[in-house]
Design a protein around this ligand. Sequence first.
Ligand code: NAD
Length: 488
Amino acid sequence: MADLYIDGGWRPARDGGTRQIRCPADGTLVTEVDEATASDTVAAIRAARHAFDHGDWPRTDAAERSDVLSRTAHLLRRDRAEIARAESLDTGKRLVESELDVDDVIGVFDYYATAAADETTRPVDLADPSKASRIQYEPIGVCGLITPWNYPLLQTSWKVAPALAAGNTFVLKPSELTPSSAIRLVALLAEAGLPAGVANLVLGAGPEAGAPLAEHPDVDLLSFTGGLHTGRLLMATAAATVKKVTLELGGKNPNVVFADADWQASVDNALTAVFLHSGQVCSAGTRLIVQADIADDFVTEVVERAGQIKLGGPFDPDARTGPLISAAHRDKVAAYVATGIAEGAVLRCGGGPPSDPELTDGFYYLPTVLDQCRTGMRVVQDESFGPVLTVERFRDEDEAIAFANDTIYGLAGGVWTSDAAKADRVASRLRHGTIWINDFHPYVPQAEWGGFKQSGIGRELGRSGLEEYREAKHVWTNLRPAPSRWFD
Ligand code: NAD
């Protein structure tokens, strides 16, 4: 079967291109998929445009769209095991993590199945009874959706579910490294009864298969999740056609631990914050900002436990985290650690690939702790997107907040303290889109997700995540039309 889905049919790439997908855990061939060029993407945009301008989907009532989303959630439940396996083979992440990801994806479809029917019009109160006015929420049009490789299906669901709930059509371009779960999702959308042309899928490299989604005048909205550099480029490109742009970019997320925090919980979660999925999480708590009074003991315990984390492939039941996505990415992480050491950071553990001979075919990198860091260092400022924790020490609340906000990013952060008033004060002053108090990482589909500052523009999830895919149209009715006599 061909892998590009355009106008309701599976098609090969026009120029016959293909790409091999290999598992990052051991380099084995997972699958070979069709590789689109820009002309395939333009064909997909045309199909989405036609389906939006002439098809029924944008004009279906909300209940019908809700049904399609609910049926998709049901089909995802049916195929959970197969989809999780595909996701793990593409990404190298543990199967149990992929299974949890699919559960989250189901939750997202269920949430937007309900939200689809939320307020589709809003009456506007007027003092004048001879006039009526309402706000009508309408789909934006054709959406270009570009997603990354770390949570391939999850990030895709955050875009696809609200885009459909609002009545849009779309062209999806997943990361070229991890296309398998997107192929399955699009097949399930078709099985759930989505009309031809509404969902379109192109696979391939960003600058070739993805670029038309930012350039083309027939795309009304570009929703991108990925790196800061790519986000800046796409935003600049999209400016030429003044399309709406939403960006979910990187993070350099502080995890602030006060001396009065619960010791066991804060040490344990300092590890989860940064080493989950080997640090390939946009909201990873890569900056441990710990109160000086407890810092030495705290870091010693984190280092001890980091050294015990077992690495392994997706199906190794003892493994607690997996490989990095590619050799190039591992090189990037290694260069980042070298920079930190050159800047004066002290390597406390990790700092290279594991010596286990069973792992030599995968792109593994040991959990790494860099101590004695200062906010100005590049290693504290730049996103590594790997299993690397930097440690900064603070004296008081003001200094903790200053350190935590000293970043161009603003995606997420954690605060650990047993003083509830202090926790709320700090949470209010942190310039990040999500703050966890005495926790790290949880998110729910009904709560907004997104970044302050250069972590992005707009919000995914929650009510705002639906609004991104809607236009608010004002309809004014004069109930007693009469000449205005302005020019008499
Ligand atoms: P990336 O920017 O390299 O690629 C992301 C997507 O953009 C891929 O599909 C890629 O093919 C495409 N792309 C690349 N160049 C393009 C171009 N010129 N035109 C069109 N498309 C192009 O990012 P990545 O390495 O896949 O993902 C890692 C990054 O994603 C990290 O910075 C991470 O923080 C970020 N991320 C953010 C969130 C969030 O919610 N804020 C979530 C996950 C990942």
